[in-house]
Design a protein around this ligand. Structure first.
Ligand code: PLP
Length: 393
């Protein structure tokens, strides 16, 4: 056998979204691209904002001297300064470049964080429904994912969290706006989570990180303000990525921000820089660091995602689906009208509508719709949703 036992298991378990991707290819070959309504992928269909293309053009037309070379592993100081400045504005805390590390997206960032803080068998609490890759990122670094189910509206269940925090707990990983539910955790909830962690830290005599994975931080609807995590816990780490807000997931650019008030931040940053290098990322792509420096106040048109949310939410609820109204990101996570979400997703597939079962997100009984698609695809899918609804709701 060429591969390890863990690789075999991971390949077997790890593939709902990949599976749907393969089904989409097969259906498109059989029925033609226009007759397949693929709502399974979180790959933005919009083009990056003009400002992004403008920055790339500037770099190509007048490249700074030596900008394809290696750089400090944390990234360019000037880019980290620009990020520190926007975080200072948004959070009211004084950030400097010393608290920022440039990474290969949120995926790279999470791996670097876990390698830096986990001892073997340390536990990381994740809140279901969760982004399916979280379990792999934690296990990659010998950690153990521990799942806390959220409530019916996909908001954190403080009692469940309190029960799960124990001597082995090293971190709680939250993701808001959430993939797959689209819910945003309000400031009051972050404050409760922070207070709970502090209480447990003093009871257990341990240190527990609050890690906020926030690639959808700028995709927030209804004029809501994104609440930062920092003021709620001293040992807090935020992870941002431009994959979604600038619609550049193929370019692999994001960052880690440490709470300026965290007492051991220099030691932690040293470890993050070391692992960014030694896990093989070395540094985040130079061209992207040079590009996003000037784009910290820029994002794709959020209104278009909000319009798609409004259309889909109103159509699905009028068909009788039970849906928690998303407040951000570009996903919706309706309840499956039949108990078995995998069967339900298969039923939708008979109408060439592709979604992902809740099983893939640690929350069976639901299914994920990704609505970062053309209106043609969204509108085309409605007939399938309606037909299945008339049979099962
Ligand atoms: C919740 C969440 N975290 C992390 C990632 C990884 O993003 P990136 O492209 O920045 O690595 C994604 C991507 O879909 C995501 O949804």
């Amino acid at each position: 056998m060429a591969i390890s036992n863990r690789s075999q298991l991971a390949i077997k378990q790890g593939g709902w979204i990949r599976k749907m991707f393969e089904v989409a290819i097969e259906l498109k070959q059989r029925f033609g691209d226009d007759n397949v309504f693929d709502l399974s992928l979180g790959n933005p269909i919009v083009e990056p904002p003009q400002e992004f293309t403008g920055e790339v053009a500037k770099l190509i037309n007048s490249p700074p001297h030596g900008y394809h070379r290696y750089m400090p592993n944390a990234g360019y100081e000037s880019t980290r300064d620009a990020i520190a400045q926007i975080l200072t504005q948004e959070s009211g805390l004084g950030f400097s470049h010393d608290e920022i590390l440039m990474t290969c997206g949120a995926a790279g960032a999470l791996n670097v964080v876990f390698e830096s803080i986990l001892n073997p068998q340390d536990e990381v609490i994740i809140l279901a429904p969760y982004f399916g890759e979280f379990t792999f990122y934690i296990e990659n670094h010998q950690g153990i994912p521990v799942v806390s189910q959220t409530n019916e509206s996909f908001q954190p269940d403080l009692e469940s969290l309190a029960d799960l925090i124990g001597p082995k707990t090293r971190a709680i990983l939250i993701n808001s706006p959430n993939n797959p539910s689209g819910v945003l955790y309000p400031k009051s909830t972050l404050s409760q989570i922070g207070a709970l962690i502090s209480k447990k830290e003093s009871e257990l005599g341990s240190e527990i990180f609050l890690i906020s994975d926030e690639p959808y931080r700028r995709i927030v609807f209804d004029d809501l303000i994104y609440p930062h995590v920092f003021e709620h816990h001293h040992a807090s780490i935020a992870i941002h990525s431009h994959s979604k807000d600038l619609a550049i997931p193929g370019e692999r650019i994001g960052y880690i921000a440490l709470n300026p008030k965290y007492g051991h931040k220099s030691q932690l940053m040293e470890a993050l820089i070391f692992w960014n290098r030694s896990l093989g990322f070395v540094n985040a792509p130079a061209i992207m660091q040079n590009t996003i420096r000037a784009l910290q106040g820029v994002s794709v048109n959020i209104q278009q995602y909000q319009d798609k949310r409004d259309l889909l939410y109103s159509e699905l609820t009028s068909m009788g689906y039970q849906v928690t109204r998303p407040q951000g990101a570009f996903y919706m996570f309706p309840k499956s009208p039949i108990e078995n979400d995998i069967e339900f997703v298969n039923l939708l597939q008979e109408y060439n509508v592709l979604t992902v079962p809740g099983h893939g997100f640690g929350r069976p009984g639901y299914f994920r719709i990704s609505y970062c698609v053309d209106d043609r695809v969204l509108n085309g899918s409605l007939e399938g949703f309606q037909k299945v609804a008339s049979e099962f709701i």
